[in-house]
Design a protein around this ligand. Structure first.
Ligand code: ATP
Length: 299
């Protein structure tokens, strides 16, 4: 049994582990098995992409890690603790997809971020100075301090994402699950979010990011998990994010273009793969180097 962690420290589980999923199977009440025998591990101090087609089970895995659905078989641990213990210790934070939030609900930005402090408060949920400080620090960190008195429904898509990231920061979540953080977000905000995620990684937190934005995965995700009703492959992005694996994961659901590139030694084909968001550029079936990614409009 692990010792109860200090809730102010972003340290990993006592064995250095982040999220460990072992032979997990999730069957919904209607009998549908959405995830079968899934196994992977995500070390602390890393950013991992969760990639797969619509309906492949990404949200199901998130729900299992957050204890919203029960496992029919297998086990999950977060920072060395079983899920229920990790939840009690307030270490799992979640940044939801925009569609999951009722944006008409009348609530101020600072109140949303304060929700991240609930697990740190007493029964009456009366915020103390430390809670107000944590909210102010989190809002400053995502560049949203000036918006703290705004209604959440009055923000742009990118601003809303940043507010929910601030909620995860105020919570001091050490395992942060992000569901489609780049949907509806412009390139500048995407870059700001990526910079923040890198900082959080360097603090030793573990981040699992569900995304259809294939082009950005090699740029900021150290590791990748490919899912399709189970875990097809997992490991360092350079090894996993290959054309062959992506074709297995996506089947016919990907758009794939082949261009001809001129470089020393003759013509080599350049593959461009897209799941409708930012395209992934491949050379010889492998992830392109950063200079080659400039083709995608970014360096
Ligand atoms: N509550 C539920 N009851 C029964 N089946 C469900 C439930 N939620 C999801 N499913 C099914 O489980 C499968 C996996 O769904 P899930 O939402 O995990 O996919 P996803 O990879 O997150 O998809 P997307 O990319 O569209 O968000 C799908 O076939 C879906 O229809």
């Amino acid at each position: 049994m692990n010792a109860r962690p200090d809730s102010n420290s972003p340290a990993a589980g006592s064995d250095g582990s982040g999220i460990v999923v072992n032979a997990a199977t999730v069957t919904y009440r209607n009998g549908h098995t959405a995830m079968r025998d899934a196994s992977f591990d995500v070390p602390a101090g890393s950013i991992t992409a969760l990639v797969g087609v619509n309906g492949s089970g990404k949200s199901t895995l998130f729900k299992a890690i957050m204890g919203f659905v029960r496992l029919a078989r297998g086990s999950i641990s977060v920072l060395g603790m079983p899920v229920q213990e990790a939840l009690r210790n307030n270490v799992i934070a979640y940044v939801p997809q925009s569609e999951e939030v009722d944006w008409n609900f009348p609530v101020l930005v600072e109140d949303v971020v304060m929700m991240g402090r609930y697990g740190h408060m007493g029964f009456l949920r009366r915020p103390r100075a430390a809670d107000h400080d944590a909210v102010a620090t989190a809002l400053a960190r995502v560049g949203m301090s000036d918006f703290r008195k705004r209604q959440i429904g009055e923000l742009s898509g990118g601003q809303r994402k940043r507010v929910f990231l601030a909620r995860a920061l105020a919570q001091n979540g050490r395992a942060i699950l992000l569901d489609e953080p780049f949907t509806g977000v412009d390139v500048k905000t995407e870059d700001a979010i990526i910079t923040l995620l890198r900082e959080l990684r360097d603090e030793g937190r573990v981040m699992l990011v569900s995304t259809h934005d294939l082009g950005s995965v090699p740029e900021f995700c150290d590791r990748t998990i490919l899912v399709k009703g189970t875990v097809l492959a997992h490991g360092p992005t350079d090894e996993i994010f290959t054309q062959k694996n992506l074709e297995i994961a996506f089947g016919g659901a990907l758009r794939h273009f082949v261009l001809n590139g001129q470089e020393e030694g003759g013509l080599r084909p350049i593959g461009v793969i897209t799941d409708d968001e930012r395209a992934l550029v491949l050379r010889d079936g492998r992830t392109a180097r950063p200079a080659e990614r400039a083709m995608d409009g970014r360096s």
